[in-house]
Structure formats: structure tokens, C-alpha cells
Design a protein around this ligand. Structure first.
Ligand SMILES: [Zn+2]
Ligand SMILES: [Zn+2]
Length: 266
């Protein structure tokens, strides 16, 4: 089983899965390596934020588990960092000092709001929101250096009023191509996130055409993750994804150890 590089545990506010349960499920599936990537979405002000990670508890706990399981599975320790430009300095400093293997950078909040909630789309056309999401994302990728792989690129379509019914790479190519080019230029990975299959989209995030386009543009660094918040979602659709990635022209996925990519053959 290919390594799963996007797994949440109860250190994330939206998961109740014990780290041990997540790791045991990976073992059951025959995985040799994984990465735990709990949420850290810092807002930059004093207000209570439920998606702030308690690094002082998280890192020692994961290091202990990593040692405990060392003869059975390699546990990499990561974080899924919410990218926002108004906290640029904070994010860069954090990334430089964090002793982790892997940092996923994700666009969760847009204009300090979470698209997960339906009022995010109120009074705007879906196309307007999707385009704005891609513009904000492009700026973040161009400006920030605090991540290794960019998470679930077209994540916004999970939450649109008509989801992906009017969405395709071709329809948004003018917005998506510059993002892919920026990742290639900066030597950052693009994440292939299989949670899209669970959200009823019937495609990964980003969609197959975007993965193919990234490869055409010279992108070679792909990371693979299920975004599992519970054990039954670990490595979700990895068999199907492996075939899709090969079709797109990829021969390897990357796992990150101490912030450096290592190829795993597909
Ligand atoms: Zn995410
Ligand atoms: Zn996630």
C-alpha cells in the first residue's frame, strides 16, 4: 500500500480518531510509511481559534509513537498549515523552526472566512467565488515559502452550491495554469488528495485533468493523501488513484522526511 501523507487525528478539532487507531489501520492495510498532518489554522489575532494545534503536546506525542512503531512502520510527523497572507511573517518563522518532516500548505480560509459554511457563497455567483479562490491561492503560493506540498488545490468545489457540476479544468484553466506554473517554479509539490471521492465529487482534488496538466508543465513532485479524519478513510481510493497518476505520466509519488522529498515508485 502506498504511503498516506495526509492523515488527521484527535489533535485536529474536527477528528476524534486516536493517533494509535489511525496508525493501526495503516498497518492493517500493509503500509510501510505514513505522515500525520494535523490542522494548524492560525488567525493572527487573540480570538479563540479551534483549529490551532497544540504543538507542545502534539510533537512529543507523535515522536513517542514514531519510536514505539519504528520496527513496523515509518511515521513521519507533519502539519497541515492554513495559508493566509496577513500572517506571512508568523508562518515563515513557524515553518523555519518547526521540527517536522512535512508541511502541507492549504487554502482553507478566504478573506478570513471558511467556505465550509453555506453563507460564504451568499450574494455571489459560484464562478465568481471559485475564481476568487484560485486568485487568492495563486497569491499565497507566489508569496509564501512555508510549505512543501500544496493541499487539495480545487478544494472550493467541495462546497459550491452546485459542487463540480459546472466545474472543469478547462473552464478555469486561465486561473489554474498560473498556480501550477508557480508550484513548478518554486519546486513545491502538488498534493493529490483523494477525499474528493468521499465528498461525492467522483474525482480527487485536484481533478485528473489538473494533475495531467501539472505533469505537462514539468511538475514532477506529487504527494498522495486521503485526508482521513477517521480510520475507515485511510488510503481511500489509493488503488484507483495509483492508476490515474500513472496515466497522467507520473512514475513516483513523494514522501517527505525532514522536509526533503523521497520518491516512492508507483
Ligand atoms: Zn485541508
Ligand atoms: Zn486535511
Amino acid at each position: 500500500m502506498l504511503p498516506d501523507s495526509h492523515i488527521h487525528t484527535n489533535f485536529s478539532q474536527d477528528s476524534s480518531a486516536l493517533p494509535e487507531t489511525q496508525i493501526d489501520q495503516c498497518l492493517l492495510l500493509g503500509m510501510k510509511e505514513l505522515c500525520i498532518t494535523d490542522h494548524h489554522d492560525y488567525e493572527g489575532d487573540a480570538k479563540e481559534d479551534s483549529f490551532v494545534l497544540d504543538f507542545d503536546a502534539y510533537l512529543p506525542y507523535m515522536r513517542r509513537l514514531s519510536r514505539k512503531y519504528a520496527d513496523r512502520i515509518r511515521i513521519n510527523i507533519g502539519v497541515e498549515l492554513g495559508l493566509q497572507l496577513h500572517i506571512q511573517e508568523y508562518l515563515e518563522k513557524l515553518a523555519q523552526n518547526l521540527e517536522v518532516d512535512f508541511i502541507i500548505g492549504s487554502s482553507h480560509f478566504i478573506d478570513k472566512k471558511d467556505p465550509y459554511f453555506p453563507d460564504f457563497f451568499e450574494g455571489k455567483s459560484e464562478r465568481e467565488v471559485y475564481e476568487h479562490y484560485f486568485e487568492v491561492t495563486l497569491n499565497r503560493i507566489r508569496t509564501l515559502d512555508c510549505f512543501d506540498s500544496f493541499g487539495h488545490l480545487d478544494y472550493i468545489v467541495r462546497y459550491g452550491p452546485s459542487a463540480n457540476r459546472h466545474y472543469s479544468f478547462q473552464a478555469y484553466q486561465d486561473h489554474i495554469d498560473p498556480i501550477l506554473k508557480a508550484l513548478v517554479e518554486k519546486g513545491k509539490s502538488l498534493e493529490c488528495n483523494t477525499a474528493g471521492f468521499r465528498y461525492g465529487l467522483n474525482h480527487p482534488n485536484p481533478s485528473e485533468d489538473i494533475l495531467k496538466r501539472y505533469h505537462e508543465l514539468g511538475g514532477e513532485l506529487i504527494t498522495l493523501g486521503s485526508d482521513a479524519h477517521s480510520p475507515n478513510a485511510i488510503a481511500c481510493e489509493f488503488g484507483r488513484m495509483q492508476a490515474i497518476l500513472k496515466d497522467c505520466g507520473f512514475r513516483y509519488i513523494m514522501v517527505y522526511r525532514q522536509r526533503k522529498p523521497h520518491p516512492i515508485p508507483l
